[in-house]
Ligand binder design. Structure first.
Ligand code: DX5
Ligand code: ZN
Length: 224
């Protein structure tokens, strides 16, 4: 199954409640929340307080992408805030195994994220225990950037690793996904597509979401 996860990084924050209603109307699968601390990435967004406010107004599951240093200090807060998926960066912490197990023990899906220039080979061990791998296809920190083409090879490598390990972790792709490249990326093996600016910078958000989902459905049909 292909999953669409709109990223609220590009949403109108002053009208977040109504923007979330539009995601529901378009039948988004997840809401992707980009948490940035101004240290791990050169931008600052929001934390568990806002995540909790969002979970209070929607039934859509929240997919929290932590782009922060020392994520171990905040897992509990995001779990309490109602996150259903939490990913931490390979580059941002030393005790990845401990952290992934901690997230899983809280009954939250645990993901490991890697930056575009971090090789898939770093994941050989941790891929045995994660629920999903988040591949960054732009340098993290900002929405609206251009897709980095070489990251396509990493999708292929990750599909191979999944097969080799005989695991079923999901592959999430984050950054620069548009209606022009989503089909090709799905064909390569992506399961969860994060889409920010290509959803929120359009005049009819529910319609844009259903267009994306339509493309993904066609992609599935062609592969059957
Ligand atoms: C970037 C974030 C992304 C971002 C994607 O650091 O992790 O989730 O919102 O935005 P687009 O789809 O505009 O590249
Ligand atoms: Zn993200």
């Amino acid at each position: 199954m292909k999953i669409l996860a709109p990223s609220i990084l590009s949403a109108d924050f002053l009208n977040l409640g109504s923007q979330i209603k539009l995601l529901e109307k378009g039948k988004a699968d997840l809401i992707h929340c980009d948490v940035m601390d101004g240290q791990f990435v050169p931008n600052i967004t929001f934390g568990p307080i806002l995540v909790k406010k969002i979970t209070a107004v929607t039934k859509l599951p929240l997919d929290v992408h932590l782009m922060i240093n020392n994520p171990e200090n905040f897992i509990e807060d995001f779990v309490d805030a109602g996150a259903k998926y939490i990913s931490v960066h390979y580059e941002g912490n030393v005790h990845t195994d401990r952290l992934i197990n901690k997230i899983k023990s809280d009954n939250v899906k645990a993901g490991i994220a890697i930056n575009p220039a971090t090789p898939v080979s770093c994941l050989t061990e941790i891929a045995n225990i994660v629920d999903y791998v988040l591949l960054m296809s732009v340098n993290p920190g900002f929405g609206g950037q251009l897709f980095i083409e070489y990251t396509k090879n990493k999708i292929v490598e990750l599909v191979e690793l999944r097969k080799k390990l005989n695991k079923n972790f999901l592959i999430e792709l984050d950054g620069g996904v548009t209606h022009r490249n989503i089909k090709e990326l799905g064909d390569l093996g992506v399961d969860i597509f994060v889409v920010g600016s290509s959803i929120f910078n359009t005049p009819d958000i529910p319609k844009t979401i259903s267009n994306f989902k339509h493309i993904l459905k066609k992609e599935i049909a062609n592969n059957e």
